[in-house]
Design a protein around this ligand. Structure first.
Ligand SMILES: [Zn+2]
Ligand SMILES: [Zn+2]
Length: 356
């Protein structure tokens, strides 16, 4: 099996997992264009992808999802709560210009012989300023505009959620040039497959075990991937506030482990983030610190992996050297040429493929 980390960090996450016959993409947190570019750089063939799997709906994990899935016409494996949260995030609220509203009133008036069935409703629309930001984790890259200030205008209630919907700009720059009439709904995916954390499923010859992780998203998960014979196992566990027993169990007997080492506690405390964001990162639904990851590696990890890849490093609140040092200290004497080699995944470029 092969793992290729295309990007890891708060500006975007995406990893290729491949067996002899099946290639999967875990998360699509960069633009479609950037994902394709990085696959090419890493010698991964986008045409070989069988599916995209999503860990959770934060922007740094789904930014290029819709465009990539549509372009490659491949199914998206996602949990139902995550899918619903994502649809709410990418679906613009209905908006209506005043001119359009007047038009509509006139049409209705004509249709009902001069008795307009129009109720004046005051609706705050086109505003969901919290959603994309709350749902992102210190998303520092380009994103869709979170929305203009609330507009208050009289709206025929029959139009809210009806046909008179103006979609905002496409969420992905790759689709910005598409002709207006052919632009699909931002939430359109060619095929959706729901899975449940804790329930195994297979795609091609890869067996997948999703497991719940503690993180402030609708239904976040990590994954264990195994070849059909179970001879090789790879795991991805990033975006978790702490290491609960189910995660510790899931990460046993793996050959390659992509594990979060998000921040250095001192750097975070002294760093530039606002207090509330610091609290969120530090919380039990935030991110694993170098210290927490080291604690796991020292006390709960079975020492059996060939490679440990440290990922989702904060650019603001961590230094690669600190993350690496903490993990190496924790592994102590167990590192060798054959086992427990520690690598650092980066935000800016793909990591060379790891094959075991
Ligand atoms: Zn997240
Ligand atoms: Zn993340």
């Amino acid at each position: 099996m092969r793992m290729t980390v295309l990007a890891s960090g708060s500006k975007g996450n995406s990893t290729v997992i491949a067996s002899a016959g099946t290639t999967l993409l875990v998360d699509a947190g960069l633009s479609c264009r950037e994902l394709l570019k990085r696959m090419k750089l890493a010698n991964e063939d986008p045409a070989a992808l069988s599916a995209i799997l999503i860990t959770h709906e934060h922007q740094d994990h789904i930014a290029g999802l819709a465009t990539l899935a549509r372009r490659l016409r491949i199914p998206v494996y996602i949990t139902e709560p995550t899918h619903r949260a994502w649809v709410r995030m990418v679906t613009p609220r209905t908006t209506m210009t005043y001119a359009k509203w007047l038009d509509q009133v006139r049409t209705e008036k004509a249709a009902t012989n001069g008795v307009p069935h129009v109720r004046e409703a005051t609706v705050g629309i086109a505003t969901d300023p919290g959603a994309p930001h709350l749902a992102s984790e210190m998303w520092e890259g380009p994103t869709t505009t979170p929305g203009a200030p609330a507009q208050t205008m009289p709206v025929s209630t029959s139009c809210v959620g009806g046909d008179a919907v103006e979609l905002s700009a496409a969420a992905d720059p790759d689709e910005a040039d598409a002709p207006q009439e052919s632009k699909p709904s931002p939430a359109h995916l060619p095929s959706i497959q729901y899975f449940h954390s804790g329930s195994n499923f297979s795609i091609g010859d890869i067996s997948i075990t999703p497991f719940t992780i503690p993180h402030d998203a609708a239904d976040p998960c990590g994954f264990v991937f195994a070849s059909r014979s179970e001879a090789v196992r790879m795991a991805i566990a990033t975006d978790l506030g702490y290491m609960p027993p189910n995660v510790k169990r899931a990460l046993q007997r793996v050959d390659v482990l992509l594990l979060e080492s998000n921040h250095d506690l001192e750097m975070l405390k002294d760093g530039p983030y606002p207090w509330a964001v610091k609290q969120r990162v530090l919380s039990r639904v935030g991110h694993l610190s170098n210290h927490a990851t080291a604690e796991f590696l020292a006390h709960d990890y079975d020492g059996g992996a060939t490679y440990i890849v440290l990922g989702h490093l904060s650019e603001q609140n961590n230094a690669p050297e600190l993350a690496l040092f903490a993990a190496e200290q924790a592994i102590a004497g167990r590192m060798s040429l054959l086992g427990n080699r520690i690598l650092l995944a980066t935000q800016s470029a793909p990591l060379p493929s790891i094959s075991v």
